[in-house]
Ligand binder design. Structure first.
Ligand code: DC
Length: 226
């Protein structure tokens, strides 16, 4: 029997509200929030800055070998986790549409997954972590005590993403965002290594018609009673 680790995993497609929910759950439980997507984004940014094509595996290996990345705890439950790459705070730079698409591409490569999965497992070894991503319940922490899979209809996810970006003052085209969400869902769930899927023992939550606070309440109820 696998060991039950004091870890909460929250997986699901992009734009489903995982970050908001994970941050709030972590704050309520006093656990550390582990944003695994931010790590794939940082690798994507590093490739971008080095002018390397995401599919160019041989050029990627030295980049991975010299990867200097730190995740800092979010300042508050409303903030994104901060990422330091090669000594620079790249928290804003990694959260653009361009880097989203690139992160999805680099995340399909085995050397990238191997190194980041190992880092994530080290970060969660002591437990008391809320890990958010695509494979945290299936691959990174198969022995996690509490697993969740958050889902929502693509149109609703696009609407939320657009609202979020407009709040940040970014110009967005909703149709383009929807097309990118559908594309990323397909890429993330059809890749061979660690595809996006619910762990068989995950609690499935459809958040199409419920807000983040209700999702947080559902998650906390399960954590406190299981
Ligand atoms: O959650 P996010 O949008 O920040 O993730 C960015 C990309 O990273 C996403 O398209 C897929 C990839 N990713 C992954 O493959 N595995 C994870 N555990 C987290 C993210």
């Amino acid at each position: 029997m696998s060991e039950r680790l004091e870890v909460v995993t929250i997986d699901g497609p992009s734009g489903v509200g995982k970050s908001t929910v994970s941050r709030k759950v972590a704050a309520k439980l006093g656990f550390t929030y582990l944003d695994t997507g931010a790590m794939y984004r940082a690798v994507a940014l590093k490739c971008r800055l080095a002018g390397i094509d995401a599919g160019d595996e041989p050029s990627l290996l030295p980049i991975l070998a010299s990867l200097d990345m730190q995740l800092l705890p979010a300042v508050s439950a409303d903030d994104d986790a901060e990422v330091i790459l090669d000594g620079n705070n790249v928290s804003d730079q990694i959260r653009t549409q361009e880097i989203s698409m690139l992160a999805s591409a680099v995340s399909a490569l085995k050397p990238v997954r191997d190194i980041l999965t190992k880092k994530q497992q080290e970060m969660g070894r002591q437990g008391r972590v809320v890990a958010e991503g695509r494979d945290t319940g299936t691959v990174v922490f198969p022995g996690a005590a509490w697993k969740f899979y958050l889902d929502a209809a693509p149109g609703e996810r696009a609407r939320r993403r657009v609202e979020q970006m407009r709040k940040k003052g970014q110009e967005v085209d909703e149709q383009q965002i929807l097309a990118q969400i559908i594309q990323r869902d397909r890429d993330d769930s059809e890749r061979t290594i660690a595809p996006l899927k619910a762990a068989p023992d995950a609690v499935y939550i459809d958040s199409t018609t419920i807000g983040p606070d209700e999702v947080v309440a559902l998650v906390l109820e399960v954590v406190r009673h299981k």
